[in-house]
Design a binder for this molecule. Sequence first.
Ligand code: SAM
Ligand code: SF4
Ligand code: SF4
Length: 338
Amino acid sequence: MKDHLIRDQLKRPLRDLRISVIDRCNFRCQYCMPAEIFGPDFPFLPKSELLAYEEIERLGRVFVGLGVEKIRLTGGEPLLRRDLPVLVKMLADIPGLDDIALTTNGVLLPKLASDLKTAGLKRVNVSLDSLDDELFGQINGRNVGVGPVLKGINAAKQAGLGVKINMVVKKGLNEHEIVPMAKFCKLEGLELRFIEFMDVGSTNGWKMDDVVTKKEIYEILQNHDALEAVEPAYYGEVAKLYSYKDASARVGFIPSVSESFCSTCTRARLSANGQIFTCLFNGNGHDLRDFMRAGATDEEIKARIISIWEQRSDRYSDERTAETIATRKKIEMSYIGG
Ligand code: SAM
Ligand code: SF4
Ligand code: SF4
């Protein structure tokens, strides 16, 4: 592990960077970009406001110089950004960067998986919340069945990418899919990560009652299959992992709501228009794009990032109360990419 050059107010190093490359998506998942709100007239960012690949790479280099080891590309749907493998290659060439991953709904993977792998991508997380075509079509808000996502998963495997599956579980919606999804992923040798439904943004109508907690999911799983806890592989690993006693596949949980992990949160987020967010739930972004476009040098950009990180004291999930839920200014998940 690298020396971490900067620490925030709670002594957390800066280790990971999530980069949203686009705010648009070909899905309208009801927990993320509900179709009623993200309709045909929704004001998505014009191209001129998105960071160009050269700008993303430049910021990537500065972040890596400050201790970032991992970059994850996300969105919106990152595979909608034209020529994404070109960006992956530019980032993969940054000396000192250990890992590049991508989170995607998977639909465009058959077209892109092989080029992404060649460009230097190592892993993908594919989001899939159900194996039932009708329910999945309802959840993604575009009536897309499961088939295109499964094809994407296969394409990624065949290209030699590591594949994990993300499943958001929402009460009354897809709890009954927990066991079928677990069985399917175990059979396919895929690590499945159950994500608690989160109160990101202000458009998804989140209520605490809609959260299926890690404990509840774990109990449902244990009734079907024996699980053993796996020790975290590194500081700041957000997933709580378990292995099956009789198979090599693992399951993980991202218990953001019921067992928050702010004390080890080492992640910064760069939005598609070049703002830094220091927490998924902190709506105050810090501009880097206009600063860069106005002629800032790498040293000046570095100093700005250091100042932002050193002032960081976010621990929203640790502090979540009815009051913070109602009053916090929040940012949409599709904008900063989860
Ligand atoms: N479009 C890509 C995808 O769906 O994988 C990448 C962007 S998406 C915002 C990143 C991840 O956030 C996905 O796994 C998605 O399921 C998750 N997500 C979105 N809204 C969420 C919410 N309200 N609570 C928990 N996870 C959420
Ligand atoms: Fe799109 Fe991903 Fe959000 Fe679904 S979760 S609407 S696929 S950005
Ligand atoms: Fe990190 Fe904010 Fe999530 Fe806490 S709530 S783990 S600080 S992103």
